[in-house]
Design a protein around this ligand. Structure first.
Ligand code: SAH
Length: 207
């Protein structure tokens, strides 16, 4: 299943049926060809609402999960965003359509090696990529308006909280539930969203 307009429209219909209302997020799904981000041989599944294996025991998240996480962040076009867990690069590509600056970190070197090329092919080459441990954040470009963590954890890495702007939002799968955390003057505000299954956020990096 390639990126025929029909497949893309069917996926968009599914996202809307699952409650995604953010028009900019929906538009981005219409613009980024997901089949460029799935492994060879799985292109026919690229426009289904399903997580797929991308190698090294990792997965490209289901489109509706990605859409829900992006929508709840209420991103604005001038935002600077940090993504932890680049994975396939699909969400990274969507982010380039939604905000001004995208920084993305992946601990798995063999995955991130492929992402730069894929982003350029998809016309989304403005993201800056880094191989390494995203739990440490990327302090050179901090503070961020939003941080999106694509791997599950039991504790929020302190460096990520430190690198969030006052008023900034972080979306993170925490103890099996997606949480929206807002950094306010009075401290952190938590909003628990849906339950979720994500690959674990792990320290260090790997080949
Ligand atoms: N949004 C991505 C999700 C990929 S799965 C996609 O849809 O393709 C989560 C990714 O997080 C995996 O690639 C995994 O290697 C990465 N990851 C786990 N711990 C990490 C860490 N500490 N720093 C950076 N990336 C990490």
């Amino acid at each position: 299943m390639r990126s025929s307009a029909r497949n893309v429209q069917r996926l968009i219909k599914t996202l809307k049926a699952k409650g995604i209302k953010d028009a900019r997020v929906i538009k981005a799904f219409g613009e980024v060809p997901r089949h460029l981000f799935v492994p060879p041989g799985l292109e026919h599944k690229a426009y289904q609402d399903a997580a797929l294996p991308i190698g090294g025991g990792q997965t490209i998240s289901a489109p509706s999960t990605v859409a829900a996480m992006l929508a709840v962040l209420q991103l604005s076009p001038c935002d600077r965003v940090l993504e932890i867990g680049t994975g396939s690069g699909f969400q990274t590509a969507l982010l380039t359509r939604l905000v001004a600056e995208v920084y993305s970190i992946e601990r798995n070197l063999s995955l991130i090696k492929e992402v730069g090329k894929k982003l350029i092919r998809a016309g989304c080459g403005t993201a800056q990529l880094r191989a390494g441990d995203g739990m440490l954040g990327w302090s050179q470009h901090a503070p961020y308006d939003a941080i999106i963590v694509s791997a599950g954890t039991l504790e929020i890495p302190q460096a990520l909280l430190d690198q969030l702007k006052p008023g900034g939002r972080m979306i993170i799968p925490l103890k099996g539930r997606i949480n929206l955390i807002t950094k306010t003057r009075g401290g952190l505000r938590f909003r628990e969203l849906s339950s979720c299954r994500f690959v674990p956020l792990l320290p260090g990096h790997t080949g």
